[in-house]
Design a binder for this molecule. Structure first.
Ligand code: NAD
Length: 503
């Protein structure tokens, strides 16, 4: 078994990755590791330490201890660490970040930039929140009483963040909790520990004290055991999960046994409504970007394109022409590729099966040949379907791949009914030149966000992002909404001495 060395040195991607607990890089307590593979080639890149329940117990203790001082650290000191970390993270674009992102998650050139620069933005926005964690003074009926409602950090937060935008989503999982004065035990995805470690590395280099952020990758086999342990641990006071609705439901069920609050940022099946008066060229560009960025592996990806019957032919023609211009392939061989491989061969097969199931049920494939290519069978060209109905799995399930289907409508009521016929509720878009009509429909779509004349893939770190329940989960990230999730209100009342009591 390889010895796990200090994880700060990731210049050589092949170096093993260590756990980071209480400010110390270390092997797991049983020295176990798991392989992390390059999804494009299928080859092992390095071994990663696999945290055990004992490691989680130590990390939770460390985070609990660190909470005592971190929660009392002044806002300017907290802010400075995040501002420094933003600059440090940006510098990684010139060192190891491109290689790590390209190797671990098949990130294209543009996706690498999104991961680094948008994440620096998350750090800076979080830094700005430090002085906005405010309470209120509430008028009291009781004579002479002063009532304060303070906002206090919660304590130890257990965070789980995924591989698909590994740097952004790791920052999002930990930045707001930490700036609020909480401490964090982070479980990164088993597919992208080094990408996610960039966040830990930047914050540590910026001076984040030991114990405030602990990093515990775990093998997929151990994931259920350590996750259940951490979710139910009495010193973990909040759970912050970004991942699939399948695992979200498991985590929520564990949390409810101890009535623990969770933030669950889960999947999506975003609809785009293209009304008869839409600017079709704009709508096409937006659907292509929204459906196919990162090969469709974004929670906000456009998966359902609901187009007015009167313009559907023109829309399809333009969409197919535009999609035909995109380059699909191995980003390791060709840096101009827009659609690279999916994150595992199993994921590619799953997406292909969803499309095949629809075709077998009578749907028509407008583009795509159902082939999976590449050295590790992860590359799929864009696939566009029409004639999908609710008997088909792809109608309901998040595909998380480079595919979408087109549905047609006649009236605005039909468009809304189609858009809302989903368990998911993360985001949506409406295209129309009539802004008032578009606003009216935007209000009726059941989604945490609905964009008028813009893509479903749109997020800024000030916004209260999240679903409105169902399979997209609950709780909001971003700006003050994030502060509300990761702080508690505390009522502190001050009575006047000599108060009179009824008995
Ligand atoms: P996932 O739910 O498959 O995996 C999440 C984590 O759960 C992994 O680390 C895995 O080890 C662990 N896990 C697997 N089985 C488990 C079990 N039985 N018990 C406990 N833990 C278990 O999700 P993923 O592949 O990491 O991420 C992709 C998903 O994340 C997509 O559905 C996507 O839409 C969603 N996502 C949502 C947002 C958002 O903001 N809403 C953002 C990005 C991604």
């Amino acid at each position: 078994m390889p010895t796990v060395t200090n994880g700060t040195s990731v210049s050589a991607l092949s170096q093993p990755q260590a756990l980071y607990i209480d400010g110390v890089y270390q092997n797991s307590s049983d020295n176990a590791t798991f392989p992390v593979n390059n999804p494009m080639t299928g080859e092992k890149i390095y071994d990663c330490a696999s945290a055990t329940v004992d490691d989680y117990a130590s990390a939770i203790e460390s985070a609990h201890e660190a909470y005592a001082s971190w929660s009392k650290t002044g806002p300017s000191a907290r802010r400075l660490i995040f501002l420094k970390a933003a600059d440090i993270l940006e510098s990684y674009i010139n060192t190891d970040a491109p290689e790590i992102l390209s190797s671990e998650v098949s990130a294209t050139k543009s996706w690498i930039k999104v991961n680094i620069f948008a994440t620096a933005g998350i750090f800076r926005e979080s830094a700005g929140l430090a002085t906005h964690i405010k309470g209120e003074i509430v008028p009291a009926d009781r004579p002479g009483t002063t009532i304060l409602v303070a906002r206090e950090a919660v304590g130890v937060v257990f965070a789980i963040s995924p591989w698909n935008a590994p740097v952004n989503l790791t920052a999002r999982a930990i930045a707001c909790p930490i700036i609020c004065g909480n401490t964090v035990v982070l479980k990164p995805s088993e597919f992208s520990p080094k990408c996610q470690h960039l966040v830990i590395k930047a914050l540590t280099a910026a001076g984040l004290p030991k114990g405030v952020l602990n990093f515990l990758p775990t093998s997929p086999e151990l994931a259920p055991e350590v996750t259940e342990f951490a979710v139910k641990h009495p010193k973990v006071l909040r759970v912050n999960f970004t991942g699939s609705d399948r695992v979200g439901k498991i985590i929520a069920a564990w949390a409810v046994t101890c009535l623990k609050r969770c933030v669950l940022e889960l999947g999506g099946k975003a609809p785009v409504l293209v009304l008869d008066d839409a600017n079709i060229d704009d709508a096409v560009e937006s659907v292509v970007f929204g459906a196919l960025s990162n090969s469709g592996q974004i929670c906000m990806s456009t998966e359902r394109v609901i187009v007015h019957k009167s313009i559907v032919n023109e829309f399809k023609e333009k969409l197919l022409a535009r999609v035909g211009e995109l380059k699909t392939g191995n980003h390791l061989d060709d840096s101009e590729v827009s659609i690279s491989g999916l994150f595992t061969p199993a994921s590619a097969t799953r997406v292909r099966d969803l499309i095949q199931g629809a075709v077998d049920g009578g749907a028509k494939l407008l583009t795509g040949d159902l082939k999976i290519t590449g050295p590790n069978k992860t590359i799929m060209a864009p696939h566009i379907l029409e004639g999908v109905n609710s008997d088909m799995n792809i109608y309901h399930k998040e595909s998380f791949g480079p595919t979408m289907f087109i549905a047609e409508f006649n009236t605005d009521e039909e468009a809304i009914a189609l858009a809302n016929d989903s368990e998911f509720s993360l985001c949506a878009s409406v295209f129309s030149r009539d802004v008032l009509r578009a606003m009216d429909l935007a209000r009726q779509v059941r989604a945490g966000s609905c964009h008028v004349n813009g893509p479903t893939v749109f997020v800024e770190s000030t916004l209260p992002n999240g679903g409105t329940g169902g399979s997209s989960g609950y709780g909001r990230f971003g700006g003050i909404a994030g502060v509300e999730e990761f702080t508690e209100r505390k009522i502190i009342s001050l009575a006047r001495p000599g108060m009179k009591y009824p008995f």
